[in-house]
Structure formats: structure tokens, C-alpha cells
Write a protein that binds this ligand. Structure first.
Ligand SMILES: Nc1ncnc2c1ncn2[C@@H]1O[C@H](COP(=O)(O)OP(=O)(O)OP(=O)(O)O)[C@@H](O)[C@H]1O
Ligand SMILES: [Mg+2]
Length: 263
């Protein structure tokens, strides 16, 4: 007998999204389990970004359902998804370069002073700096001054700020779309390490990536998207990179894989 599966933290069933004649999602299923790094891979146009946008509230699917902690949810906007504990880090290093690290961490969520000053919109700068330092240190990101402008940081450090921001505010899920694509080898590895720390702190992570070595290094499970559907979920410990790519491109059917390769 197999053990009953725990309720996924985030789940999608039968998502459909059409753009005119193009079917971006064609009945896509998805499951993110507690405490895992789930990589999402697939060829160009397989529907990865569309799937993630639906899970992050950036698009509304035409059909299908999304469940958070087992309960059906409908996200009407990215803010809506954020309010329910889902944070997304986008590929294009979505930080405000001229602002400081602390300001970036709290962008749109600045702590206000108490009393009349808070009501007038005065920010609690001291609290912002202290909290920013605490978040960065908890992820072991070694930056000394939270007042430093983000534009003076390296690409990896900037991505670190974006990851720290999502980890600081996410209550359920962190989604990362190609977080290492714009980075060099060393900085890419630093961000991978950061993603592991986020997971080890108890937040499950969805990682979209085209970088197979990164995916195999870090993922607990790999969701393979193909033609707007989930083709398979595989276990990187029991499948080769070449078999994974074969399923991704359709050269191999998931049924042809040994049972232990499937997760
Ligand atoms: N806003 C849109 N308008 C029209 N077609 C779209 C739109 N967004 C996505 N599509 C189409 O839907 C399909 C899936 O796109 P999607 O961006 O989800 O793929 P992807 O797996 O993220 O690909 P990539 O690896 O290139 O990022 C593609 O054929 C794409 O052209
Ligand atoms: Mg994409």
C-alpha cells in the first residue's frame, strides 16, 4: 500500500487559457508539496509562464481550479495572490535601482509610524532598516548597509534583495521565474544557495528554469510542462538529464520511464 499523499500547498486542476487560436494551457494540472523545491521545465511555448501567471494571479484562467492549502481560491490580481501568501520573483530583476535595499524590501508595504504621524503617512525608517537587516541576515546575505542604493550592487546581490523580499513576505509559496538567467556562474550559485535556505526555512519554492544543471542540483521534484499540459513529474535522483529532456521534447513518453523515475 502506498502512503496517502499530503494535501498540496498549492494545486491546480485542469487549467485552460486560450489566446485567440493559441491554447497556452490545455488542461494543466499542478501540485506543490510542503517543504519542497519544485522545478518547472518545458520547451519554449510549453505554457510554463502562463501556468505560473495563473498561480500568481497575473492572469485569470478560462477554466479549471486553483486550491491553496486544499481550499479553492480565485486570484483576481497579483496583489490578491500576494495577500494570500504567494510571492513571485520575476526574471527581470524586479527591483527599483535608485532606491535603497531597505526601501526595496518594503516597497508598497512600508511600516508606518504609530499614531497621528502614521496616519499622515510618515514611515518608520528605523524599523524599516532594522527589519531589512534582519531579513538579509537570516538568509546570510552579506551586505553591510541597508541604506545602500540597489544600483550599486552586483547582479547576484540584487537578485538576493528580490529573493529576500519575497521570502520575507511570503506566507505560503515563493515563485521564481528564471532567477539565475541574468547571472554569472558564481552569482547564480549564490542565488541557488539562497533558494535552498528559503526552502529550509519552511517555504516551498516553485522554480522555473531552463538551466538543467541548476534544476538537477536543487530540485526535489521536476514538473515537466509540454503542449499546455503537465507531461510528468519526475524525481531528479532517479532519472537522467537526457531522459528528462526526452520527455520534455516528446521523444519519450512518461510511460516508457522506470516507475521510480516518476515522482
Ligand atoms: N499574452 C499572450 N498573447 C498571445 N499568446 C500568448 C500570450 N502569452 C502566451 N501566449 C502563447 O501561449 C503559449 C505558451 O506561452 P508561455 O509563455 O506560457 O510559454 P513558456 O513555456 O513560458 O515558454 P518560454 O520557455 O519561451 O518562456 C505560446 O504559444 C505563447 O505564444
Ligand atoms: Mg516563459
Amino acid at each position: 500500500m502506498t502512503e496517502p499523499r499530503p494535501t498540496p500547498i498549492l494545486e491546480a486542476r485542469g487549467l485552460v487559457k486560450r489566446y485567440g487560436h493559441v491554447t497556452a494551457l490545455d488542461g494543466a494540472d499542478f501540485q506543490l508539496l510542503a517543504g519542497e523545491i519544485l522545478a518547472v521545465i518545458g520547451d519554449n511555448g510549453a505554457g510554463k509562464s502562463t501556468l505560473i501567471k495563473a498561480l500568481a494571479g497575473a492572469i485569470i484562467p478560462d477554466a479549471g481550479e486553483i486550491l491553496l492549502d486544499g481550499k479553492p481560491v480565485r486570484f483576481h490580481s497579483p496583489l490578491d495572490a500576494r495577500r494570500q501568501g504567494i510571492e513571485t520573483v520575476y526574471q527581470d530583476l524586479a527591483v527599483a535601482p535608485a532606491m535603497s535595499i531597505a526601501e526595496n524590501l518594503f516597497l508598497g508595504r512600508e511600516p508606518k509610524r504609530t499614531g497621528l504621524l502614521g496616519w499622515l503617512g510618515a514611515l518608520d525608517k528605523k524599523k524599516m532598516l532594522a527589519e531589512a537587516m534582519r531579513h538579509m541576515q537570516s538568509l546570510k546575505i552579506g551586505i553591510r548597509s541597508m541604506k545602500q542604493a540597489v544600483e550599486t550592487l552586483s547582479g547576484g546581490q540584487r537578485q538576493g534583495v528580490a529573493v529576500a523580499r519575497s521570502a520575507a513576505f511570503a506566507r505560503h509559496v515563493v515563485i521564481m521565474d528564471e532567477p539565475t538567467a541574468a547571472l554569472g556562474v558564481k552569482e547564480g550559485n549564490m542565488v541557488l544557495e539562497l533558494i535552498r535556505r528559503v526552502r529550509d526555512r519552511g517555504l516551498p519554492v516553485i522554480l522555473i528554469s531552463h538551466n538543467m544543471p541548476h534544476v538537477f542540483e536543487i530540485a526535489d521534484r521536476i514538473h515537466i510542462a509540454r503542449l499546455g499540459k503537465r507531461a510528468a513529474v519526475v524525481n531528479p535522483k532517479h532519472i537522467s538529464m537526457s531522459d528528462t529532456v526526452a520527455v520534455m521534447t516528446g521523444a519519450k513518453r512518461p510511460e516508457e520511464l522506470p516507475a521510480q523515475a516518476l515522482a
